[in-house]
Ligand binder design. Structure first.
Ligand code: IFM
Length: 724
């Protein structure tokens, strides 16, 4: 069983990818896996997720702090590091067990062998603290200078976000501080440095864009010189509180903090690990996916959910999409209920923003943000893509037409209640969300008298290439599910003999809408299968040009050209990502295996998998149709996307790189709910669908207040309830 991600050899072209691959941190602090000597050109980021800022008309995005990891080394006046020389040996590691990143690089410099090593972790027990152990060894006596401090030259996409920047030093602590542009959040970075040797001289250098300590060493041959670095980052925290925290960090020292941090990680893995036997690559890739979900656990925040690019940077405006509810929540429902609850609460708290958004378009009810930031504010713009040829902005309809987002929120809430039995959430605002979403759909859709059915026009399904379509099969199913949910919760409260539902209906003036829901619920237009058992993705889809993916790609004039809308895919049957297939998975109890199989065979060759969300939906449905070997490559695609770096980095001219937690969540779902076929209703059960290479899958999961240990083999499974 492997716990280590290791890359040997240094490749200049992979610097940005490694930044994602070796990411460490938690939902309050993301540290990209760049190396000590790197600066903003390498997309170094000490990222503050969910601390948003807007500069002028630029996209609102989360803030990156100053870079306190910056450390340079000079040997006899020559700067040594991967940005200057080719190392003859280089290795970068991520220990998944304890979220520690390390590197070792060796260089020949004028006949002297210089080895640089460092190890870093973001403490799991502190608010925002990074600890680094950095060392240099030379094979011959020489003069070494280590320059380490805080680099104030920050990588931003739409910045600079921090103003009134000040660098200072007091009591051997380096400080960089400033305030964010929009909300005036105080951002403070403190760093103290502790040498395990006596330097010849130490000086503090304040520069235009940074503050550094210069440590001079008369180095003996084969002697290792180690510098421990303690870093605290504050957002709106008082200087003396931060200084106390920094003092505490340095006082206990790197090793003691590491031990406590490791213990904390051990606990996380105890419940969350999934062991795959028979296939080491699958085992490690899944563990890596779970690692990403663990670093993103929202439990440490009061008001938070998980951005689509996690904590890897400012891409996608650091916003929360449907990715969290549909692709990540299932992991937290099995392993971390506190985080699962935060995900639901975030949308309850975002209701105000959803009501405002609906109103701004002239609709009643709750239309959730497509790209949700704090308070449910929608950060998605009308022009979310730039044309690669003309550099003009392209009008996109993600924000105004992807109305399925509101249904996704309700779907997630239902999953949460079914899995936890926590119906209290309804009293805590959940019921308001359900009714307001139903109200929105009633207003957005319409009853077509001539067809005697409730239709939903002018939407965009998960396949974002086809804009403003009518009766998207996925969206219509969600609309129906929301209406059903209203009636189910009404029954729930009647059963409870509680007046809550009635009272809220009265308070919201929802009586007529409730009546309408009861009248039209059976008339919501759910697309039937055709003679070949295929469900049309939306009205008119079958009439589109039926070309192959290969034909479409051959027509591309630029690798990053945008295919959606008026682009090449717009009038073809080629879709960006799972749409009908996603619907079949989410509503699996309504469809037969034959229907799933027919639609899989029809849509898969027509799916670009241009979004990292796509593969897992196909993998999950392949398992449901007893085809785990079709699912396997799609599972591996999801599980390795941040290991291989094989994903889209640009949509048109817009950078969309970073990590892909929805793919990590999808990979997890494929193993636990697909290959192991684990289902949770009144009982926990499994229908094994193991692919050829996998002999068994073992994991733990919570369900309805109990914890189970589950082991699934080719034809058998074993479910044990664990005593507390
Ligand atoms: O939410 C997704 C969307 O479905 C496809 N584009 C990227 C978004 C964020 O991952």
């Amino acid at each position: 069983m492997s716990w280590n991600i290791k890359e040997v050899g240094f490749d200049q072209h992979k610097i940005i990818h490694r930044g994602n691959q070796f990411l460490i941190g938690h939902l309050k602090l993301g540290v990209r896996g760049t190396l000590d000597e790197m600066r903003k050109e390498a997309l170094v980021a000490v990222h503050l997720p969910l601390v948003y800022d807007q500069v002028g008309d630029g996209w609102r995005e989360p803030v990156n702090a100053f870079n306190p990891l910056f450390t340079q080394v000079f040997v006899n006046g020559v700067e040594v590091g991967v940005m200057h020389q080719n190392p003859y040996e280089h290795e970068q590691n991520l220990s998944l067990k304890d979220a520690v990143m390390s590197r070792k690089s060796a260089f020949h410099i004028d006949g002297n062998d210089i080895v640089i090593e460092s190890k870093r972790f973001v403490s799991d027990l502190e608010e925002r603290a990074i600890l680094v152990k950095y060392s240099v060894t030379a094979s011959q006596p020489c003069k070494i200078e280590i320059k380490t401090g805080i680099d104030g030259d920050i990588w931003d996409i739409h910045g600079p976000h921090i103003e009134k920047v000040l660098f200072s030093e007091a009591d051997d602590v380096l400080v960089a501080s400033g305030v964010s542009h929009e909300k005036k959040n105080q951002i403070t970075v403190l760093k103290s440095i502790d040498c395990d040797f006596k330097p010849v001289q130490e000086t503090i250098n304040k520069e235009d864009k940074g503050i550094y300590k210069l440590i001079e060493i008369d180095a003996s041959a084969h002697q290792t010189y180690t510098v421990d670095q303690y870093i605290h980052i504050g957002v709106d925290e008082k200087d003396d509180v931060l200084k106390d925290r920094l003092h505490h960090l340095a006082y206990k020292g790197f090793d003691q903090h590491l031990k406590r941090h490791q213990q904390s990680w051990l606990k996380k893995w105890d419940i969350a690990d999934v062991k795959i036997e028979g296939d080491e690559k699958a085992d490690l890739s899944l563990r890596y996916s779970i690692y990403h979900l663990l670093i993103l656990a929202p439990s440490r925040y009061d008001h938070a959910s998980i951005p689509a690019r996690g904590i890897s940077g400012q891409t996608y405006k650091g916003a929360i999409f449907w990715d969290t509810e549909i692709f990540m929540l299932p992991f937290y429902l099995n392993h971390d209920l506190e985080s699962a609850k935060k995900i639901i609460e975030y949308r309850i708290q975002g209701l105000k923003g959803a009501l405002e958004k609906a109103k701004s378009y002239g609709f009643k009810g709750a239309f959730y943000a497509w790209e949700s930031q704090d308070d449910g504010h929608d950060a998605c713009t009308d022009y979310n893509v730039t044309d690669v040829f003309t550099k003009r902005l392209i009008r996109t309809y993600f924000k105004d037409k992807q109305v399925h987002i509101s249904g996704d929120v309700v779907y997630a809430m239902m999953m949460y209640m079914k899995r936890t039995g926590d119906y209290e959430i309804l009293h805590q605002g959940g019921l308001n969300v359900i009714l307001e979403v139903a109200r929105f759909y009633l207003d957005y859709g319409h009853y077509a008298i001539s067809k005697d059915r409730f239709e939903v026009w002018d939407v965009m399904g998960p396949d974002e290439y086809h804009e403003r379509v009518h009766n998207n099969a996925f969206t219509n199913q969600l609309v129906k599910m929301v209406f059903e949910t209203v009636l189910n919760v009404e029954n729930y409260f009647i059963h409870q003999k509680s007046p809550i539902f009635e009272e809220l209906v009265r308070k919201m003036d929802f009586e007529d809408e409730l009546k309408t829901i009861k009248e039209i619920i059976s008339k919501v237009y759910i697309k039937e299968v055709n003679d070949d058992l295929i469900i049309e993705q939306f009205d008119g889809y079958f009439k589109l040009k039926d070309i192959t993916k290969k034909d479409l790609f051959e027509k591309k004039l630029h690798p990053n050209e945008y295919l959606g809308g008026q682009g090449l895919a717009g009038d073809t049957k080629i879709i960006k990502q799972a749409d009908v297939i996603a619907m079949l998975y989410l509503f699996k109890e309504k469809y037969s295996k034959q229907i799933m199989k027919a639609n899989w065979d029809y849509y898969e060759p027509r799916t670009e998998h241009g979004s990292s969300l796509s593969a897992s939906m196909y993998a999950l449905t392949a398992c449901l149709t007893d085809n785990p070997d079709y699912a396997y490559p799609l599972f591996m695609k999801s599980a390795t996307v941040d290991l291989t770096g094989e994903s889209k980095h640009y949509a048109g001219d817009v950078y969309i790189g970073g990590t892909h937690p929805a793919a990590s969540g999808g990979a997890y779902m494929t193993v636990v709910h697909g290959f192991a076929g684990c289902t949770f209703s009144d009982q926990v059960s499994c229908i094994p669908h193991l692919p050829k290479s996998i002999t068994s899958i073992r994991f733990k999961a919570h369900h309805l207040g109990k914890t189970y240990e589950i082991c699934v083999k080719k034809d058998t499974f074993d479910i044990k309830e664990l005593t507390k």
